[in-house]
Design a protein around this ligand. Structure first.
Ligand code: FAD
Ligand code: NAI
Length: 469
């Protein structure tokens, strides 16, 4: 066995690779183990990046086919080259992956391709495909960042041809005429939008009574209306009882929760997007007794330490919001704690963004949460219809909504549906991080004409002072 590492990271996703870089920056001898054969994790390989690339490409296609004419741009004879769209997506992934590999080299992080297994405290076995002998690495600290995996529907195999997970839905070689999406969460709405824009008739079946559960209800209702107008059909409050596969497609047997009657929905393919679960298989946690909670997530304390001293965990595998930026924040905080610094993540201000068009972005409390917490709040809203830049761009759907403390005016939550909502929310988060009030934001000069002016106007509206509505 070689000289021990200060830190071994298992899992090369945004949690793992960011932790490895930060550890190296802080002077630790660091190794990272990734079994996929490529760094970047779910996010880069089968998650955030391929989905956002296809969302952008399909958005361009939709604009070209439905909106350009209004701008006086006639591109008759428009056609779709799905193959090329998919190749471009792969190129984006490959280029970003090379970038991460470069960063490993630059920071002198040793990269092992293989399955990492915790053998004992301070010992990690690396099983490499094709190699008869496994290698055992020693380390003072082990960091588990093995992420999450798709939750399948009970008794239904994800074959990635007819019954797809998000991974299969990012790889289709032809546009299905019809697609059923099970689950009106983030993946369902993003990937449902991609294929609807490219020509599929999309039906979303959701168990609950609203889309994007957990989001502010007004936002969720408005988003459903917008997506319906775009052509997505919703079956809410509906259970999927069975999926029957035939060569030509799938038949779903569904039932409204309020009714006894079973109904059938036929489609070429079905996307199962009902959530993700922690990925702890093959890790050998039982060897050292690392504690997991009822849902299977690794339990950690406020320093990201598991029940075993010297073994830490971050990212999707510890639960909470399953988001790449949350995993990255935890990575930096955890490694700083290991290095004796004061790492910390402020979970109150982690943004949630849905990259449909218009986008949805949220931070802080929803109206429903504030009501149930008994907090008095004031609402300030501003529609994009009254924002001059949105009007120029032809992107007037949606609004900005602030929720502020009635007594102190401190911003407690912000919820946006609108063009580039995911970018617009960032200035609100900055103000919130500094404990700011709507007046603080409203008194900042915003460039004209700009979409951020809608954020400023909504902040002004909290005290009834919006200028343009
Ligand atoms: P992961 O990215 O899952 O990485 C874990 C890595 O560990 C994997 O590469 C896995 O192969 C490896 N691994 C597992 N076990 C072992 C082992 N024993 N040995 C070695 N390696 C192992 N989040 C956002 O913030 N924005 C988005 O736009 C977004 N879009 C998404 C779209 C889709 C379709 C999906 C599925 C997810 C999306 N997410 C998005 C969520 C995001 O991908 C995850 O939150 C993020 O990747 C979690 O990072 P992580 O490092 O914890 O885990
Ligand atoms: P999700 O938790 O967002 O949504 C799952 C949906 O499926 C929920 O609405 C739930 O009520 C519904 N559901 C569950 N079981 C069902 C059933 N049997 N029948 C019908 N509906 C059912 O999970 P999703 O969309 O799979 O995404 C997984 C994770 O990936 C999320 O936690 C999300 O944070 C992350 N992600 C983030 C993105 C982003 O930040 N833009 C994009 C895509 C994914």
């Amino acid at each position: 066995m070689n000289e021990p590492y200060d830190l071994i990271v298992i899992g090369g996703g945004p949690g793992g690779y960011v932790a490895a870089i930060r550890a190296a920056q802080l002077g630790m001898k660091t190794a990272i183990i990734e079994k996929r054969g490529a760094l970047g994790g779910t996010c880069l390989n089968v998650g955030c990046i391929p989905s956002k690339t296809l969302l952008q490409s399909s958005h361009f296609y939709e604009m070209a086919s439905r909106e350009f004419l209004e701008h006086g741009i006639d591109i008759a004879g428009l056609s779709l080259d799905l193959n090329k769209m998919m190749s471009r997506k792969q190129k984006v992934i490959d280029e970003l992956r090379v970038g991460i590999e470069f960063l490993m080299k630059k920071n002198k992080v040793t990269y092992f391709v293989g399955v990492g297994k915790v053998q004992a405290k301070g010992k990690v076995l690396v099983e490499q495909k094709g190699k008869k002998k496994s290698e055992v690495l020693a380390a003072d600290n082990i960091l588990i960042a093995t992420g999450s995996e798709v939750i399948p529907l009970k008794n239904v195999e994800l074959d990635e041809k007819l019954v797809l997970s998000s991974t299969g839905a990012l790889e289709l070689s032809k546009v299905p005429e019809t697609m059923v999406v099970i689950g009106a969460g983030v993946i369902g709405l993003e990937l449902g939008s991609v294929w609807r824009r490219l020509g599929s008739r999309v039906t979303v079946v959701e168990f609950l009574t609203s889309v994007l559960p957990g989001m502010d209800l007004e936002i969720s209702k408005q988003m459903k209306r917008i997506l319906e107008k775009q052509g997505i059909h919703f079956e809410l409050d509906t259970k999927v009882l069975d999926i029957q596969k035939k060569k030509s497609g799938v038949t779903l047997i569904v039932q409204k929760k309020s009714s006894e009657k079973e109904e059938k929905i036929k489609a070429d393919v079905v996307l199962v997007s009902i959530g993700r679960r922690p990925h702890t298989l093959e890790l050998g946690l039982e060897n050292v007794g690392v504690g997991i909670n009822k849902q299977g997530f690794i339990s950690v304390d406020e320093d990201f330490q598991t029940s075993v001293e010297g073994i830490f965990a971050i990212g999707d595998v510890i639960g909470g919001a399953m988001l790449a930026h949350k995993a990255e924040e935890e990575a930096v905080a955890c490694v700083e704690v290991i290095a004796g610094q004061a790492g910390h993540v402020n979970y109150s201000y982690v943004p949630a963004i849905v990259y449909t068009w218009p986008e949805v972005a949220a931070v802080g409390k929803t109206e429903e949460q504030l009501k149930s917490d008994g907090i008095d709040f004031t609402v300030g809203k501003f529609p994009f219809l009254a924002n001059s830049r949105a009007k120029c761009n032809g992107d007037t759907e949606g609004f900005v909504k602030f929720l502020c403390d009635s007594k102190t005016d401190r911003i407690l939550g912000c919820h946006i549906i609108g063009p580039a909502a995911g970018d617009l929310i960032q200035e609100v988060i900055n103000v919130m991080e500094f404990g700011g009030a709507s007046e603080d934001l409203a008194r900042i000069c915003h460039g004209h004409p700009g979409l951020p002016e809608a954020v400023k106007e909504a902040a002004l509206a909290v005290s009834g002072g919006a200028i343009h509505s």
